[in-house]
Design a protein around this ligand. Structure first.
Ligand code: NAP
Length: 283
């Protein structure tokens, strides 16, 4: 299997590095040719310029940010053939419908790392969850001897919505509050976060996803275990004045809420304020 990973950022570099340890045909593709260094392994990995890549691949794992996907799509046609399998290794949801290829899968990503310049630090986890079918079973088999674990799901929608809710609460409040996980110690913010999760769970339910009655408490308990100074990707993007993945997370949930005519005042408010930030990052 000839595998490409597109996006030499945190997730893409970690996946490519791990696959390259055992698989022969793995290419990390970025906007330009360069070398990335990965920590703690302290090894380098070559990035190939997408404009200079003329091979087609059996599997293409896409690890660009969600707002970077649209611009990437026209560049994908010459890297794929009819049966190429695409894996969107991204947070959020709703992008599959824009994707013009036959075999495309939304992954739920449990790989944590950070890119600074040409360096990537891998913090923890090696997991991609995917809907189970013949293509993903084949991919799992190929990746079996690597550290990247493919978890096959009977119902990927539930995993996607779970991660959407986890991101909805903590990403929204850390980004808008411009504060790390310690922001949850402010009781009013804690209540806001809880209300966001309640609304998110209500939207999920309208979409046919039935979480347990304790879903809000369960996620609040996960947040309570976060170190005080842990930021989220959306927090770091706000601080760095970078575009946010707001359309794929809060925006996606907001649009589903409108579709089902739900009353979601907290979600509507944080989405509007995040859009305001987003507008300031546009050229
Ligand atoms: P990232 O570090 O910003 O990496 C994205 C990479 O994609 C950048 O290197 C960027 O290149 C590259 N890229 C953008 N457009 C491209 C194009 N047209 N052609 C080639 N390369 C392109 O982002 P990330 O943290 O890896 O996140 C990727 C996705 O995984 C996001 O949806 C994120 O929410 C999700 N995720 C991340 C983590 C995490 O811990 N990092 C955990 C779970 C899920 P430039 O540097 O040139 O812009």
């Amino acid at each position: 299997m000839n595998i490409a990973i597109i996006g030499a950022g945190a997730v893409g570099t970690i996946i490519a590095h791990e696959l390259k340890q055992t698989l022969p045909n793995v290419t990390l593709i970025g906007r330009q040719s360069k070398q990335m260094t990965i920590h703690p392994a302290n090894q380098t990995i070559q990035v190939q310029d997408i404009k200079e890549t003329n091979t087609t691949f059996d599997t293409i794992i896409i690890a660009v940010k969600t707002h970077q996907l649209e611009a990437l799509i026209p560049q994908l046609h010459h890297l794929a053939y009819k049966e190429t399998v695409f894996i969107l290794a991204q947070n959020g949801y709703g992008l599959l419908s824009q994707f013009p290829f036959k075999h495309t899968y939304q992954a739920v990503v449990y790989i944590s790392g950070q890119k600074t310049g040409d360096e990537v630090t891998h913090f923890r986890d090696y997991r991609l969850h995917l809907q189970q079918d013949a293509h993903t079973t084949e991919l799992k088999k190929v990746l079996d001897n690597t550290k990247i674990e493919i978890v096959l799901e009977e119902n990927i929608e539930e995993k996607i919505w779970y991660k959407l809710l986890v991101n909805l609460g903590i990403n929204s409040i850390t980004a808008l509050g411009r504060n790390t996980a310690q922001i949850l110690k402010i009781s009013e913010v804690n209540t806001l976060c809880r209300n966001l999760l309640k609304e998110g769970a209500q939207v999920a339910k309208a979409e046919g996803i039935h979480f347990s009655d304790t879903i809000v408490e369960d996620i609040m308990n996960i947040y309570a275990g976060y170190p005080d100074h842990m930021g989220t990707s959306m927090y770091y993007d706000v601080i760095a004045n970078q575009p946010l993945e707001v359309e794929a997370i809060q925006g996606f949930i907001y649009r589903q809420a409108r579709k089902h005519q739900l009353n979601t005042p907290h979600l509507d408010t944080i989405y509007a304020l995040l859009l305001s930030h987003q507008s300031l990052t546009q050229p």
